[in-house]
Design a protein around this ligand. Structure first.
Ligand code: PMV
Length: 324
């Protein structure tokens, strides 16, 4: 049997703006998805049930891309520490861990670049040909990942990703941000509203707003600027500044209508014991994120508000083989 795991992610800066060509900064969180593969007699199985390709399009894609038609059949076990469908990148982490486990069964070494490419294509296959490499790169590379439409001087360039989408070819430059050792004194508290809000609806809602109010595009550009400033502040260990930028990012996101009352409340409550807080991901529900040196107090305050919390150090390890 082989088991591999990959990290979930939270977007620190640039959600929604990234759809309009601005950069985004994501952080791997210490909550993982693990995938175990064990040879079996009979058909492929997932968690004991026959593999249903419509329910598991990512796995179906990877099975064909990595193992081909006449491979040995496997029974797959999936374990997730992430809140499901909460914008924490569970499908990307699943794709990344599954790629690593499948490559390992055919004797291939752990190659993060290859794994992130395969898992990005698996996401695209499952999402009608549209997927940015942000989630899959963060799940695979771990740490802190900066995605932009150009090579950025401020961080370590890792690779280019291209995808043929229904709207034409898109390209992204993927970077890793080196975090200073002082980051070890900091925690991220992820608060889950418990509200599921489909990403596609939120993205479509914002597109409508921008069509009616083109002047709001300046807020989108400012979100991109915050992502670039965020990389600089993080690299310099200026966490007070990171917190302030998070606060401003939340204000801008709320101003273009992608937050909600529950997120605004949780952000407000978390700020009392943290350096900064904002919604993370698509919004309308889902999760918020607080940067704090006092995770117990921040978590307790969020739980009092009915939120479910997950405390994570700043950045988590890359995709890995747990046992084989
Ligand atoms: O799926 P989430 O919650 O991580 O959010 C996706 C981020 C968006 O910028 C809103 C959409 C996108 O495709 O980048």
């Amino acid at each position: 049997m082989v088991t591999a795991s990959a990290a979930g992610k939270a977007i620190l800066f640039g959600e929604h703006a990234v759809v309009y060509g601005e950069p985004a900064l994501a952080i791997a969180i210490d909550a993982r998805v693990s995938v175990s593969l064990e040879p079996c007699k009979g058909d492929w199985k997932i968690d004991g049930y026959p593999l249903d390709t419509s329910r598991h399009p990512h796995i179906a894609y990877l099975k064909n891309a990595i193992l081909g038609d006449d491979s040995q059949n496997y029974s797959i076990q999936i374990n997730s520490e992430l809140f499901p469908a909460a914008g924490l990148g569970s499908s990307a982490a699943l794709s990344s861990a599954c790629s690593a486990a499948m490559l390992s069964t055919i004797g291939q070494p752990l190659d993060p670049e290859k794994i992130s490419a395969l898992s990005h294509l698996a996401e695209a296959a499952a999402q009608a040909g549209r997927a940015s490499p942000t989630d899959t790169s963060t799940a695979t590379l771990g740490g802190c990942v900066f995605v932009s439409d150009k090579k950025e001087q401020s961080s370590e360039w890792r690779y280019t990703r291209s995808l043929e989408t229904p709207e034409g070819e898109r390209n992204w430059e993927v970077h890793s941000v080196t975090l200073p050792p002082s980051v070890n004194d900091l925690w991220l508290v992820v608060g889950y509203t418990g509200i599921h809000s489909p990403t596609g609806d939120m993205v479509a809602g914002l597109a409508e707003l921008l069509a009616k109010h083109p002047e709001k595009m300046t807020d989108i550009s400012r979100m991109g600027e915050l992502a670039r400033n965020g990389v600089d502040a993080l690299s310099n260990g200026d966490f007070t500044m990171v917190g302030q930028l998070m606060d401003e990012a939340h204000q801008l996101l709320a101003g273009v209508g992608v937050s909600c009352k529950e997120l605004d409340d949780m952000v407000e409550v978390a700020r009392r014991s943290s350096l900064g807080a904002k919604m993370t991901g698509a919004g309308g529900g889902g999760c918020m994120l607080a940067l704090t040196t006092n995770p117990e107090e921040t978590s307790a305050a969020l739980e009092m508000r009915g939120g479910r919390v997950l405390v994570t150090p700043f950045g988590a390890p890359s995709v890995r083989i747990e046992n084989s």
